[in-house]
Write a protein that binds this ligand. Structure first.
Ligand code: HEM
Ligand code: HEM
Length: 243
């Protein structure tokens, strides 16, 4: 009978739209930040834009962790006491499937958010003359390591629990499997979504106040050229350009 329910395809809503948009936008932003990170990359002008987008996404997610749906909330998946029992199940090869993040996955989420925040923070520090490129680069490659662990974790848990987790992060839904408790209906959803849009808007405005060219590809290079120009004295540079 359990099979019958599964094939009927009853599903439960797990990840809300903002969490899914956040997740896949973050994947794109981080991928772009990496492929554009070498100074001589043809995409170099996009590095800071991608990094700023990642920073805004992290800021949004930290807020959404308090006003998002049940599975989006930190209170729902930050459960240190549940980590060891979960590890025991995992070692026995029989982990319970979970509606939202499992206890270990919850830790991975925090690590990914903190890792991305650290990389963007050190990147932003560099634009104001502080910070170190080495530290930024070390953190970026540590984040890459974390991402690999994350993807392996998703694949392993998908195999062990027979849930296609990656698909759930796209559709927002997991199979209901008969007896599983339905997810409580969401109250104040509209209000929370409006709040989410407002938060993103404020973050973007804040970033632009800090760095007017943050979302314009290559604006930093142009600003630097203008500065060099001024430092060297415009006419001298122009005279050089002529010969
Ligand atoms: C998740 C986001 C980010 C990742 C994964 C990332 C990654 C990297 C990496 C790997 C490098 C070293 C490139 C090399 O080999 O020389 C680098 C350099 C750099 N990053 Fe980031 N970064 C991110 C965000 C940012 C942000 C937000 C800023 C500033 C707003 C920034 C500014 C810079 C600068 C100025 C450099 C050195 C110059 C250059 O190569 O363009 N990065 N980044
Ligand atoms: C740049 C690469 C990636 C980063 C930075 C990243 C980051 C994250 C973060 C922060 C979360 C928590 C979501 C939330 O609650 O807001 C998450 C969850 C998740 N990610 Fe990724 N992710 C990356 C790539 C991927 C890829 C390629 C896949 C597909 C295989 C994937 C599948 C998932 C799944 C299935 C979850 C939910 C995990 C669970 O069921 O507990 N991620 N990811």
């Amino acid at each position: 009978m359990a099979h019958a329910t599964r094939s009927v395809g009853a599903t439960i809503r797990v990840w809300d739209v903002p969490v899914r948009l956040f997740h896949w936008s973050l994947v794109v932003a981080i991928a772009l930040a990496f492929v554009s990170s070498e100074e001589d990359s043809p995409l170099a002008a996009w590095h800071m834009v991608a990094g700023w987008v990642a920073a805004v996404l992290i800021g949004f997610r930290l807020c959404w962790g308090f006003i998002g749906n049940a599975q989006a909330r930190f209170a729902n998946f930050v459960k240190p006491a549940a980590v060891f029992p979960h590890l025991r199940e995992l070692i026995a090869g029989r982990p319970e499937r979970s509606i939202g993040h499992n206890p270990l996955g919850g830790l991975a989420v925090l690590a990914l958010l903190a890792g991305t925040a650290a990389v963007t923070w050190t990147g932003i520090r560099m634009t104001s003359g502080g910070g170190s490129e080495d530290l930024h680069e070390i953190l970026a490659f540590s984040l890459l390591g974390l991402i690999v662990v994350h993807i392996v974790g998703v694949v392993v848990m998908s195999l062990l629990t027979h849930d296609n987790l990656a698909q759930a992060m796209v559709t927002g839904r997991k199979a209901a499997h008969g007896g599983q408790l339905p997810v409580a209906p969401r109250r104040f959803r509209m209000l929370a979504h409006l709040g989410g849009v407002a938060i993103v808007g404020l973050l973007v405005l804040g970033v632009i106040r800090y760095d007017a060219g943050a979302f314009i590809p290559g604006s930093r290079e142009e600003a630097e050229h203008a500065e060099q120009h001024a430092a060297l004295g415009g006419p001298v540079l122009e005279a050089n350009d002529d010969d």
